[in-house]
Write a protein that binds this ligand. Structure first.
Ligand code: SAH
Length: 218
């Protein structure tokens, strides 16, 4: 259970309403709903936006990036857990760290990479405030994954490349799954790719809108 952060009755109430909305939208994994009920999204965003923290929308976090829509965070997390809880997961695109915080409460070892140094540093501070010490962050281009820590039972990508990066497929464990939005702006699909002994199985989960996955570091 998280503690050690500012919260108010009104924010708790809004968070509760958001969870009801996620349920209506078809999110049914009780663990995912419980973790999102207990995760203070408002501390991941700018103070000026706090009153919007529990609307079911993406919000700006600076540097042209966004905090993902709560429905998408829930949907991707649920998809990652369908075949059981992975022990080790890689997230590509830490951003403000909200999705990372949700993962860290469900999964033993969470690794996350972000290409914008200032966002990675800020996320690191926020996650430390929440005392989520099972997370390791790395300032790096996620097209390369994080080979030193591979293989992963789960990889979640929160920015959209135009094609699935080969390195991410290679860093999946057998039985592991990759949840990834793929495609150009306006035509992205959220894919789930499962690595079997012989090949990769691919499923389309949703049409989605993500910021693009970019090359190089900032
Ligand atoms: N997981 C975040 C979503 C942040 S938006 C959340 O919880 O809301 C996507 C993030 O992916 C941005 O911070 C962006 O800088 C990052 N990103 C884009 N391309 C990347 C790349 N090649 N490697 C690592 N991070 C990348």
């Amino acid at each position: 259970m998280l503690n050690n952060y500012p919260d108010t009755t009104i924010l708790k109430y809004r968070r509760e309403r958001l969870i009801e909305e996620l349920r209506r939208q078809g999110i049914s994994n009780p663990k995912v709903l419980e973790v999102m009920r207990n995760t203070p999204r408002h501390i991941f965003i700018d103070e000026a936006l706090v009153s919007h923290a529990y609307s079911n929308n993406a919000l700006p976090i600076g540097y042209g990036q966004t905090i993902s829509q709560p429905y998408i965070v829930a949907r991707m997390t649920e998809a990652l857990l369908t075949e059981g809880t992975p022990d080790k997961v890689l997230e590509v695109g830490t951003g403000c760290g909200y999705q990372t915080a949700v993962l860290a409460q469900l999964i033993n070892n969470v690794y996350s990479v972000e290409r914008i140094k200032k966002l990675a540093d800020k996320a690191c501070n926020t996650l430390n405030k929440l005392e989520l010490y099972n997370v390791l962050l790395h300032h790096s281009d996620g097209h390369w994954g994080w080979p030193k820590k591979a293989p992963y039972q789960g990889i979640m990508v929160t920015a959209a490349p135009t094609t699935v990066p080969k390195q991410l497929l290679e860093q999946l464990a057998i039985g592991g799954r990759l949840i990834i939005p793929v495609g150009p702006r306006g035509q992205q699909e959220l894919l789930k790719i499962i690595r079997t002994r012989r090949h990769y199985e691919q499923y389309i989960l949703d049409n989605v809108t993500f910021v693009p996955m970019l090359e190089g570091l900032e």
